[in-house]
Write a protein that binds this ligand. Structure first.
Ligand SMILES: [Zn+2]
Length: 318
């Protein structure tokens, strides 16, 4: 059976708007710094694009933060707000860069930039002047006019697009009954006993009878495993969502052992059946962990409870 994807309700609390001015203030700050960085950036092109990505990401992050504090459960609103704030940030950044280009590096203060952005007509005149004559000599780079327009367009698309995506894309679950975010998921790292292969079909169907007979993973870096993430409301215990991921350990030359998580079931709302199955899963896993602790002494090298259990079984047959 195909599970429905989890979706936020789409509601926007009017309270959220209270936080927008704080976001705008933050955006003004990073826009100003971005303007400075743009002027000092020695590598036109790659360096400028990296700066644009950084500005877009920070803006998106700030918007997501506003959405969290303001209980905004609408991704379209979050995405648009992210793109809008990013545009504002870029406007401040350009204003800073333009002011520096006309008045010199040292003569520009945030207050001046503030007046600059509150006079868009003046700002546009400066922009057109730069587009026509190139940046003044104290800039590290002086691209030509058509290239500048194209570059500004690419920069804006990058910054606004990334900010919108970052703001709208965060994985969050909300309990509409208790009016609160469900913050951290309960995570269960499970693996089939005896190194069996993971039954992807059973996982895809969220077959709880199968999931419940899996055992706790001993080392996530060594075993192929299933990660069950359950977002369950801590107050009513009735609302929430869950996701299933397959964890594949891989050796990475630079970082050593690493686990690559592939989604098997994307975030989906918790049903009544899921709720009782999760309770049962918690209970079995607790019992299994207790049993594993009893199986001591384990090997101090491997700290592998299962190895110790196998050892004991071997001892019995001999
Ligand atoms: Zn709740």
């Amino acid at each position: 059976m195909q599970r429905q994807p989890y979706q936020l309700s789409g509601r926007v609390s009017p309270f959220a708007m209270l936080f927008v001015p704080f976001g705008a203030l933050f955006v003004f700050g990073i826009g100003f710094l971005h303007g400075y960085a743009t002027v000092h950036n020695p590598v036109f092109g790659v360096g400028s694009l990296l700066l644009a990505l950084f500005l877009g990401y920070l803006n998106g992050w700030a918007t997501a933060w506003i959405g969290r504090l303001g209980h905004c459960r609408n991704r379209i609103v979050l995405g648009s707000l992210g793109a809008f704030l990013a545009t504002l940030g870029l406007y401040v950044s350009w204003s800073t860069a333009l002011s520096i280009s006309f008045k010199g590096m040292r003569a520009v203060s945030p207050l001046e930039v503030w007046f600059g952005i509150s006079a868009p007509a003046h700002w546009f005149l400066m922009l057109f002047d730069v587009a026509q004559h190139g940046w003044p000599a104290h800039f590290h780079h002086r691209p030509q006019a058509p290239m500048l327009w194209l570059f500004w367009l690419v920069e804006w698309v990058l910054v606004a697009g990334l900010a919108g995506m970052r703001a709208a894309g965060c994985r969050r679950v909300y309990c509409e009954a208790c009016h609160g975010w469900i913050e951290d998921p309960k995570s269960f790292y499970l693996a089939p006993p005896e190194e069996d292969a993971v039954d992807l079909e059973a996982l895809g169907d969220v077959h709880w009878a199968y999931i419940n007979q899996l055992e706790p993973v001993i080392n996530v870096n060594l075993q192929t495993h299933v990660l069950v993430s359950v977002f369950q409301c801590p107050d009513c215990h009735r609302q929430g969502a869950m996701a299933l991921d397959l964890g594949l350990p891989s050796a990475n030359v630079r970082r050593g052992m690493d686990v690559d998580y592939r989604p098997v079931v994307a975030l989906t709302p918790l049903t009544e059946d899921d709720l009782s199955a999760v309770a049962e899963l918690e209970e079995t896993q607790r019992a299994r962990r207790a049993a594993a602790a009893d199986a001591a002494p384990c090997s101090p090298w491997l700290s592998d409870a299962r190895l110790a259990a196998a050892d004991r079984r071997g001892g019995e047959t001999l």
